[in-house]
Write a protein that binds this ligand. Structure first.
Ligand code: SAH
Ligand code: F3S
Length: 454
């Protein structure tokens, strides 16, 4: 059977979509190629959120065409995901060697289309149409695809976003919000747990809006909190996480859930974007800096050790030095464990791209560097405070950079590297932290008397 290689750009949603497409092809008898040079089908799952991500995928496809087309003309080349959705046929016009362009609501058709292209019954396929019910089609996992079983899995709970932040292309590439049902999601989670998964991350572009139209509020609990409760009941599941929430969705029901539900990990990735009320308004974010800071206070009151990370954009149109100072100031006040900082990137069809006072590239660079300094400084202090403490980690497997080490995560979502053995895989361990690196915790060896299996 032919082999397939999928390269993924962008967020965890894309990772999950790629996994589903791979599982679909494996179920039809395809093998997974270890490298693109050996594959009969090469698919790039793309990201559109910043221009850089699009350019990377296009550049990669150009290289693949140059390297494979002449030697192996039968290879099927495809783009899928967000850039495929937003650019469609245009991608084939630009790169005529591309055979397949598969949009974000069509992942479940991948195997059929690849089959038709390989068989030669069709020459080119572009499918970026909307499809009702596509939110429920992403469910295949390939936990057994690698030698070791995964202990941690991502489960897609909804697709799309209706928030229309003025800088963001996601509502256009992923469409409007569509949620799966609670029983459907719980069934998938149960299956994963039966296969050995101990940690589940609920995934969506704006998970706090989960079920907003479909699921009525019950006893003051939003659809999202009802879903977390239902997943929480699954026996054998140890940890629940979710990403990405929106600050406006942090109602008191969700904050109370952190205090009430022990499997819900004390960790939150809460995108701030800016610390200036004026910019937040221009961004159409729907909260103020004060509201954001209050949410953090409440979360810390519910779970004092909660790890909080964020996303911040610097150089949004019209952002003045004063606005930027407000962002720095809020970061010093809130003290994030880590933050992903992005230089604003104009996205076509988004309102912000047309706003006056676009910030010069050099200013975006300078603000990026200044904010990084503040975030790194606070991060270092926060990580160093772990030295000497014992933390519970779930062991995920060998570290990618150094196979002699194992890697796991704390409940607060901090990466821990330690020297262990094969049998630690998938275990919950209590490890004493001995030193820190850049946003990484390190623990000692087997001989450590504090090293206990939970
Ligand atoms: N809620 C979504 C957001 C997707 S984009 C999710 O996390 O799945 C991820 C981050 O990219 C955003 O939080 C924002 O900080 C950044 N981002 C989005 N559009 C951007 C743009 N046009 N320029 C720079 N950064 C952007
Ligand atoms: Fe994008 Fe804002 Fe939705 S950042 S994904 S439009 S919440």
């Amino acid at each position: 059977m032919p082999s397939v290689y999928i390269k993924t750009y962008g967020c965890q949603m894309n990772e999950r979509d790629s996994e589903t497409v791979a599982a679909q092809l494996v179920a039809k008898g395809y093998t997974l190629a270890p490298a693109e040079t050996m594959a009969d089908v090469i698919l790039l799952n793309t990201c559109s959120v910043r221009d850089f991500a699009e350019q990377k995928a296009i550049g990669k496809m150009q290289n693949i065409v140059a390297e494979t087309r002449r030697a192996r003309p039968g290879v099927v080349l495809g783009f899928m995901g967000c850039m495929a959705q937003s650019r469609g046929q245009e991608l084939i016009d630009q790169l005529p060697d591309v055979d397949l362009v598969l949009g974000t609501q069509k992942f479940h058709r991948a195997a059929d289309y690849v089959g038709e292209l390989l068989a030669g019954t069709r020459q080119k396929i572009v499918d970026v149409a909307e499809e009702t019910g596509s939110e429920a089609t992403i469910r295949e996992h390939i936990l057994n695809g690698s030698a070791k079983k995964s202990v941690s899995a991502f489960v897609s709970i909804m697709q799309g976003c209706n928030q229309y932040c003025t800088f963001c292309i996601v509502p256009y590439t992923r469409g409007g919000e569509r949620s799966r049902t609670i029983p459907d999601i719980v069934a998938e989670c149960r299956q994963l747990v039966a296969e050995g998964v101990r940690e589940i991350t609920l995934l969506g572009q704006i998970v706090t809006s989960y079920g907003k139209r479909e699921i009525p509020v019950r006893d003051g609990l939003s659809g999202f909190v009802q879903l977390i409760e239902a997943v929480h009941e699954i026996e054998g599941l140890e940890r629940i996480r979710f990403t990405s929430p929106h600050p406006k969705g942090y109602g008191d029901d969700l904050i109370a859930a952190y205090a009430r539900l022990p499997k819900l990990c004390e960790s939150a990735h809460l995108p701030l974007q800016s610390g200036s009320d004026r910019i937040l308004k221009l961004m159409h974010r729907g909260y103020t800096r004060e509201r954001f800071a209050t949410i953090i206070e409440k979360l810390r009151a519910a779970r004092p050790n909660i790890g909080i990370t964020t996303d911040i954009i610097v150089g949004f149109p019209g952002e003045t030095d004063e606005d930027f100072e407000q962002t720095l100031d809020l970061c010093r006040q809130v003290r994030f464990d880590n933050a992903y900082i992005f230089k604003y990137s104009e996205r076509r069809d988004t309102p912000a791209a047309l706003m006056p006072d676009q910030v010069p590239q050099a200013v975006r660079e300078a603000r990026n560097a200044a904010l990084l300094d503040v975030i790194n400084g606070i991060g270092r202090e926060k990580y160093d405070a772990y030295i000497g403490q014992t933390v519970e980690i779930l062991v995920e497997g060998p570290s990618k950079k150094n196979a002699a080490r194992l890697t796991g995560r704390t409940r607060c979502n901090k990466i821990v590297l330690f020297e262990g053995s094969d049998r630690d895989q998938g275990q919950l361990l209590n490890l004493k932290i001995t030193r820190t690196g850049s946003f990484t915790l390190y623990s000692g060896t087997h001989a450590d008397p504090n090293r206990l299996v939970v």
